[in-house]
Design a protein around this ligand. Structure first.
Ligand code: CA
Length: 244
């Protein structure tokens, strides 16, 4: 277990749901604190100092989106949003206000715990900031140094065109986190970009031929359907739901 005694702040208003979840998470070794609405979540957040926040979007009083935004003003704690099936807008907004990942109701406890462990693992030891500023980044056997415009993949220096370089840089800096298509296009091509949005996919495809072991079956730069892309912190050799 990566972090057996991690404290999770569960923000959820459905009683029956909370009970089962609390029992399940405790069984997995987590300490659990529960907030029943957004206001209580913000109160408890300061008091509990959780290692992770599991945040339902549909909440009374203060919405999950606003709770996420508030927490992000003061903390980089991992946040997993819980969204209802089919509410892609919530998911996109959630990620844009700083959530690290999301699960869609109904989900299986196994899946949730795997996601929780993944965001808890995404610590400075795996996404290493080599220099004092966030200017050089290394994830697994891929490293990138913006100052020198250098990319090293599996020990070999690779030359990348500017946009591919910027795209990879953004993905690596946010390894383990979903980046929406809009965010990627905004940050790499600028918010006034009016070109074909296929441009992003073309660049992703080119990057994959350089970064992936098998570009046809990407395990590093993965597509998150309907949302965008994510750079996996670990290229999984087995399903993400397997016990660690
Ligand atoms: Ca709810």
């Amino acid at each position: 277990m990566s972090n057996p005694s991690a404290t999770v702040l569960v923000v959820e208003d459905e009683e029956s749901f909370v009970e089962a979840l609390t029992v399940g998470l405790k069984r997995e070794g987590f300490r659990v604190q529960v907030a029943k609405d957004g206001a209580q979540a913000l109160e408890l957040f300061g008091a509990v100092d959780p290692d992770l926040v599991l945040l339902d979007v549909m909440l009374p009083k203060v919405s999950g989106i606003d709770v996420c935004r508030e927490i992000r003003k003061q903390s980089k704690v991992p946040i997993i949003m819980v969204t209802a099936k089919g509410s892609e807008i919530d998911t996109v907004v959630g990620l844009e206000v700083g959530a690290d990942d999301y699960v869609t109701k109904p989900y299986r406890l196994r899946e949730l715990v795997a996601r929780m462990r993944a965001v808890l693992r995404r610590t400075p030891s795996e996404v290493q900031v080599i220099a004092s500023r966030i200017d050089a980044v290394e994830v697994g056997d891929v490293s990138l140094d913006p100052e020198r415009h250098e990319v090293v993949i599996r020990g070999e220096e690779v030359s990348l065109p500017l946009k591919e370089f910027e795209l990879l840089s953004l993905l690596l800096e946010n390894a383990g986190r979903v980046l929406t298509r809009d965010t990627l296009i905004d940050r790499v091509w600028g918010h006034d970009y009016v070109g074909d949005t296929k441009t992003l996919d073309v660049h992703i495809k080119r990057l994959r031929t350089k970064v992936e072991d098998d570009p046809a079956r990407p395990t590093r730069i993965v597509t998150i359907r309907g949302l965008g892309y994510k750079y996996e912190v670990r290229s999984p050799q087995r399903p993400a739901t397997a016990d660690s």
